[in-house]
Design a binder for this molecule. Structure first.
Ligand SMILES: Nc1ncnc2c1ncn2[C@@H]1O[C@H](COP(=O)(O)OP(=O)(O)OP(=O)(O)O)[C@@H](O)[C@H]1O
Ligand SMILES: [Mg+2]
Length: 344
């Protein structure tokens, strides 16, 4: 019975956590919590905690428990996961928890580069968060499934998932990952590039929240975009680093493409390295199938075109790329008896 047995598919990302239940997104919030400094008591979680980020008085602090896709702060991660799971299954208080203890089956995505220690901390914190039946799936496998690829066929497909903390590149065939790379160069580094650029070129000091706004509004990896894709310049309001006077600057997408170029080039080079290691038959499949982009970083304007021109293989951005992993994890949840690549 649904009430006693609940099933969740979770993408616990460095930047965002997405949870599917009954084939629907039931939770999509930033991976952050706010705690009381003295007691470490949970004050807020997800969206609510993000509003407090960079605004906390000494009595409170916010923390993002994942770094580079894996758990960096175990206690905080457990608090966050428990909070998100409770929200997803509508479990409110400790009392409700003890009265209604639904059997909880969970499939959770883990980065391709997870170590046994990383896997263990996911397993432990999920079990403390109430999971009775836990399966783990490598995130590139999940995003491939989420994109709609039949991962069990003898057919090579390449996925590039540019998340917050990591970019995962993987070649998948016959239900396995044949070649892969996981680098700690992704959305967070792009945000840092923008902060540094505003500092150095415009003498304006901005926080991460403002830098992310700039990235979403005028983020581009090409200095010239087709006219219909060109965003209007973004007006930044910040603080002059020398005078401390209020300062404004109008930032164009071409400026952003220049300031994040080095970081994008690192991702490009890593894709090429993985292609170099890919066996020839699988390589031919990839040339025919094209390469899929997923994760929030794939929303940068011009990215498919830039990579296609660089690598000479067609790149495409997945539909709703921020949810590809969670969607695939949700498909895996329905076939836990069928998919040998799921890990207990
Ligand atoms: N429209 C956008 N343009 C550019 N970047 C974006 C956009 N939307 C989201 N991002 C960036 O995407 C990143 C988050 O992506 P995603 O949710 O896929 O990461 P994650 O799964 O939480 O992280 P990881 O996979 O590294 O654990 C953030 O760095 C965010 O700033
Ligand atoms: Mg991710």
């Amino acid at each position: 019975m649904a009430f006693f047995r609940q099933e969740l598919a979770i993408d616990l990302g460095t930047a965002n956590t997405v949870i599917f239940k009954d084939d629907q997104v039931i939770l999509d919030e930033p991976s952050i919590i706010a705690l009381e400094t003295k007691t470490d008591k949970l004050v807020a979680i997800g969206n609510e905690a993000q509003l407090m980020e960079e605004f906390t008085p000494p009595r409170l602090y916010t923390i993002r428990p994942l770094m580079n896709g894996v758990i960096a702060d175990y206690d905080a991660a457990e608090k966050m996961l428990t909070g998100f799971i409770n929200k997803a299954i509508g479990r409110k208080t400790g009392l409700a928890r003890s009265v209604f203890k639904p059997a909880l089956k969970i499939v959770i995505g883990i980065p391709g580069g997870s170590t046994p220690v990383d896997m263990r901390s996911i397993r432990d914190s999920s079990s403390h968060a109430g999971a009775h039946d836990l399966y783990m799936i490598y995130e590139p496998m999940a995003s491939a499934m989420g994109i709609g690829i039949d991962v069990t066929e003898p057919n090579g497909n390449m996925i590039v998932d540019i998340g917050g903390g990591t970019t995962e590149i993987a070649v998948i065939s016959l239900g396995g990952i044949i070649e892969s790379s996981s680098i700690h160069v992704a959305g967070n580094e792009i945000t840092t590039d923008i902060i540094d650029y505003m500092n150095q070129q415009h003498n304006i000091s901005i926080g991460r929240t403002t830098a992310e706004h700039i990235k979403f509004s005028v983020g581009s990896v090409l200095p010239e975009l087709p006219q219909e894709e060109e965003p209007a310049p973004f007006v930044v309001e910040g603080k002059n680093i020398v005078t401390a006077h209020p300062a404004t600057a109008s930032i164009s997408y071409s400026e952003i493409s220049a300031c994040i170029d080095k970081t994008i080039t690192k991702i490009e080079s890593e894709i090429i390295k993985v292609l170099q290691r890919t066996p020839p038959e699988l390589y031919s499949n990839i040339v025919r199938n094209g390469i899929w982009l997923a994760g929030g970083g794939s929303l940068l304007r011009g990215i498919a075109k830039r990579f296609t021109d660089k690598v000479n293989i067609q790149f495409r951005v997945a539909e709703d790329p921020l949810k590809a992993v969670a969607r695939g994890t949700c498909l895996a949840l329905k076939g836990t008896d069928r998919y040998p690549f799921l890990m207990k």
